[in-house]
Design a binder for this molecule. Structure first.
Ligand SMILES: Cc1cc2nc3c(=O)[nH]c(=O)nc-3n(C[C@H](O)[C@H](O)[C@H](O)COP(=O)(O)OP(=O)(O)OC[C@H]3O[C@@H](n4cnc5c(N)ncnc54)[C@H](O)[C@@H]3O)c2cc1C
Ligand SMILES: NC(=O)C1=CN([C@@H]2O[C@H](COP(=O)(O)OP(=O)(O)OC[C@H]3O[C@@H](n4cnc5c(N)ncnc54)[C@H](OP(=O)(O)O)[C@@H]3O)[C@@H](O)[C@H]2O)C=CC1
Length: 474
């Protein structure tokens, strides 16, 4: 059986795996690294432009494994079947054996679906979005279930189709924003997507989806994935969204399963969703945008297993080490269980996959040469830049007062249709911020959260549009 040996073996060609491989190439180009991936393309971060100390703008490109031209880095498309941690080997589906000194698992996640019904789809990789596009073109009504990143983007991007948006919460996009910001987005929700020429330039990461062959089990999509797809349904109208608040799907039914207990809003659809509020909607397609499950079902042939967190993520300590000797994990597949910094927490985002991938390269290298390594500064503050409903959105620290209980206050500045700024304060110190629109306040907020300056005497002026606080703190 063919056997290869490397100092470092990485499983997974998404942002976490590739950032790890690139980090290792910088730190120790003399050590051989093998990256094993299930997908025919891997994702590489390019053109990194820092916006503040901790927020960065970068492009992501997809490349084929054989185009990686680095002497000591070999990228192989061959999914991993099992690990033998006692022998320090990984066996691929095709039967090849890879011997490692340090191994990193970066296998990402899979969509958590509400049902296995054929009309229910999840969106994760290039293949799933291509199939979604085809089905949208033949749809008059789509039910979108879930209230996170994917649902928020889809509801805005879809045109020519009626949307029923089913959310558990009493306001839209709850994992990212508060009820005030949700109110700010209401007009955009009603009006639908702006024409491309009406859009303001976006100061954040740009994501490129290549036209490469599609395959299931590929790396997760990222920002701007929808710009390369036509998400237009069968109807001529632009946008029609009906939000069903405070409810969940209690059943997904085929037409023959619908009975009198269902208060049907209308009839003759390929599939129906029964909601916990008693209503039942027929539709052409159901998008289950209900989060991800870490891809942590890794087979060990030596009786070992990973310690998993409640969310099925592989538990990692502050060095990104798992419980299994010489095996590390990073990105969507892992769950950090170290003592978290007050203003940081995990969200399965591209930013964090990149940060964890780069950091785990340092800890793997340090472990190989038996050196200590200090935890990376990026885990001090939660940061995320995105775009919702055509607006720039920057979220920092405890932006939704996470971890603060009732003991906090908020400063707000809202100009409808232009900007929404919320700053979360506790005992005169800034804890988090939501900055929607082109506010240019991200650097000031980032610094004030990190340095915990006492702002008691400045609270009234922090968001005063007539005072240039950014300049004041410079
Ligand atoms: C539609 C969509 C939009 C998103 N938008 C944003 C956004 O705007 N901003 C943001 O920050 N985040 C966004 N995300 C989240 C972000 O894409 C993910 O958090 C991030 O890409 C995770 O990277 P990863 O490398 O951990 O995992 P993945 O990208 O899932 O990569 C996992 C890799 O492991 C490989 N693999 C799996 N099993 C095996 C195996 N057995 N052997 C070998 N290889 C294997 C897969 O082929 C894949 O290459 C979005 C996600 C989706 C689905
Ligand atoms: N612009 C961005 O930053 C984007 C980021 N992403 C990331 O990609 C990943 C996948 O996105 P997505 O699937 O939207 O996941 P998210 O974790 O963002 O959101 C999932 C949502 O679905 C809800 N939910 C979970 N189970 C059910 C259920 N059975 N019925 C109804 N609602 C349910 C969750 O509520 P609760 O939390 O209460 O369980 C939550 O509101 C996430 O990590 C996300 O952060 C995706 C797209 C864009």
């Amino acid at each position: 059986m063919e056997e290869q040996e490397a100092s470092f073996v990485i499983i997974g060609g998404g942002i976490a795996g590739v950032s790890c491989a690139e980090g290792l190439q910088c730190l120790c180009p003399e050590e051989k690294t093998i990256l094993l991936t299930a997908s025919p393309v891997v994702k590489r971060v390019t053109n990194v432009v820092p916006l503040t100390k901790m927020l960065a703008k970068f492009d992501v490109e997809e490349i084929t494994p054989d185009s990686v031209e680095q002497e000591s880095l070999i990228v192989i498309q061959d999914p991993v079947a099992s690990i033998n941690s006692s022998n320090h080997t990984v066996t691929s589906i095709s039967g090849r054996i890879f011997r490692y000194k340090k191994l990193c698992v970066c296998t990402g996640g899979v969509p958590r679906l509400i049902s296995t019904n054929e009309h229910v789809i999840g969106i994760r990789d290039t293949e799933s979005v291509a199939s979604f596009q085809k089905r949208v073109a033949n749809s008059q009504r789509i039910v979108v279930v879930g209230n996170g990143g994917i649902a928020t983007e889809i509801v805005y991007e879809l045109t020519g189709v009626e949307i029923v948006w089913v959310i558990k919460d009493n306001h839209i996009s709850a994992p990212f924003i508060d009820p005030g910001a949700a109110e700010f987005f209401q007009d955009s929700l009603k009006q639908g997507k702006l024409k491309t020429e009406d859009k303001k330039p976006i100061k954040r990461k740009v994501y490129t989806v290549s036209g490469a062959e599609t395959v299931s089990g590929g790396a997760a999509l990222g920002p701007d994935w929808h710009t390369n797809y036509n998400l237009h349904g069968k109807s001529s109208f632009k946008s029609k969204v009906n939000v069903e608040y405070n409810c969940e799907v209690s059943a997904v039914l085929n037409p023959e399963e619908v009975d009198e207990s269902c208060k049907i809003v209308d009839e003759k659809w390929p599939v129906y969703v029964k909601l916990t509020n008693g209503r039942t909607y027929g539709c052409d397609l159901i998008v289950s945008a209900t989060g991800v499950v870490p891809n942590s079902d890794i087979v060990f042939t030596d009786g070992k297993q990973f310690d998993l967190a409640e969310d099925k993520g592989i538990r990692v300590n502050e060095q990104m080490e798992t419980n299994v000797m010489d095996i590390f994990a990073a990105g969507d597949v892992c769950t950090p269980v170290w003592e978290l910094a007050p203003h940081w927490f995990q969200m399965r985002l591209w930013t964090q996959a990149h940060q964890m991938g780069s950091y785990v390269a340092k800890t793997m290298h340090a472990s190989l040469i038996n050196q200590p390594v200090l935890q990376d500064f990026c885990f001090e503050l939660f940061t995320h830049v995105t775009n919702f409903f055509g607006y720039n959105v920057v979220i920092l620290g405890l932006f939704n007062a996470q971890k603060l209980g009732q003991n906090y206050s908020c400063l707000l500045r809202v100009t409808p249709g232009v900007e929404y700024l919320k700053i979360v304060m506790k005992e005169g110190r800034m804890q988090g911020a939501v900055l929607i629109g082109d506010t240019d306040l991200e650097e000031m907020c980032e610094n004030l959260i990190l340095n915990q300056l006492d702002l008691t005497n400045l609270e009234n002026d922090l968001l005063n549009p007539d005072i240039d606080m950014d300049d004041y703190f410079d």
